[in-house]
Design a binder for this molecule. Structure first.
Ligand SMILES: Cc1ncc(COP(=O)(O)O)c(C=O)c1O
Length: 300
């Protein structure tokens, strides 16, 4: 995957890719105090459309508020910036990365530090790279919900995610899965998780996980397709009773899980319910589901 495009948007301006640089004594680089989003945009019959842009920007504003950041741009200006980045880079489909970060400042207290806003975008295909992935339950627990604000997407949270991913990769797995501090299944390093049994869908409840927008979208689609949704605590020993498992996330989209440690689902392939919901999700993000047109922002 190449990250290179013509421009990124930085603090109100489109800047040539090579010139979008920051100082090495940047608070967020040293302490993980940035906040970010991952957003996808897709090709539709009416041109590129960004999926749930306003909801992502609302979560970004929430994360910034949690981190005590004052942003100089309102949501309308950020929507315009996203559309400029897509248009001026002539992108048709891909991933958008807004990042808000403190500038030059050392010492933990960031109060008074400059606040920078970046929006970059690039083409990004399948995040998990396989139709069905092998997942390892991490020896590391998900961040304790009393140790941070789990509804915020704070850069520093991702040290926990990166360590779990490295552990899983070293053990020959494709992705990690966190248990939370209570020993319940929580989420992947960058994905929420769902399970299927008969016509019922199960997913961990909010509290120790990031409330994903794809999770929310998937739950609506599942209900539309006649499935009941149960948000509940799930212990690893219960995994055997499920027929299918899948991840959701902006980057991962809807991705089957073929195996979690020793528990195998669907001969390590993709199950029929996952397939149905994955296809429904792809229809939706490509503008083919009339019910959810308001989740799309067309770039014109
Ligand atoms: C830890 C974590 N959980 C879940 C998700 C899925 O969230 P969303 O569907 O909003 O992308 C993400 C991705 O942002 C994540 O980083």
């Amino acid at each position: 995957m190449s990250l290179q495009t013509k421009f990124v948007w930085l603090n109100g301006q489109l800047v040539p890719f090579a010139k979008a640089q920051i100082h090495v004594l940047n608070h967020s680089l040293h302490y993980g105090s940035g906040v970010f989003e991952g957003i996808r945009f897709y090709q539709t019959s009416k041109g590129p459309a960004v999926f749930r842009l306003k909801d992502h920007l609302d979560r970004l504003a929430h994360s910034a508020e949690v981190m005590g950041m004052k942003i100089n741009f309102n949501q309308k200006e950020l929507i315009f910036a996203v559309s400029e980045v897509i248009k001026r880079n002539q992108l048709k489909e891909g991933y958008i990365r807004p990042l808000i970060f403190f500038g030059e400042r050392m010492g933990l207290n960031p109060q008074g530090a400059p606040v920078n806003v970046l929006i970059a975008a690039w083409p990004w295909g399948k995040y998990l790279e396989k139709e069905s992935v092998k997942v390892k339950i991490s020896s590391l627990k998900r961040i304790h919900p009393d140790s941070s604000v789990m509804t915020a997407k704070i850069c520093g949270h991702y040290a926990n995610s990166i360590l779990a991913s490295l552990e899983a990769k070293k053990a020959g797995f494709d992705e990690a899965l966190f248990l939370d501090c209570y020993g319940n299944i929580a989420e992947g390093p960058g994905e929420n998780i769902f399970f299927v049994k008969n016509q019922k869908i199960y997913t961990p409840q909010i509290g120790t996980i990031l409330p994903g927008l794809t999770r929310d979208s998937l739950m609506s689609l599942a209900k539309d397709n006649g499935f009941s949704i149960n948000e509940k605590s799930i212990k690893p020993k219960e995994l055997k009773k499920f027929d299918e498992a899948f991840f959701t996330g902006t980057a991962a989209e809807v991705n089957a899980i073929g195996r979690i440690d020793e528990v195998i689902f669907q001969d390590e392939g993709e199950g029929p319910v996952t397939k149905k919901l994955r296809e429904a999700y792809f229809e939706l993000v490509h503008g083919e589901n009339q019910k959810y047109q308001n989740w799309l922002t067309w770039i014109r």
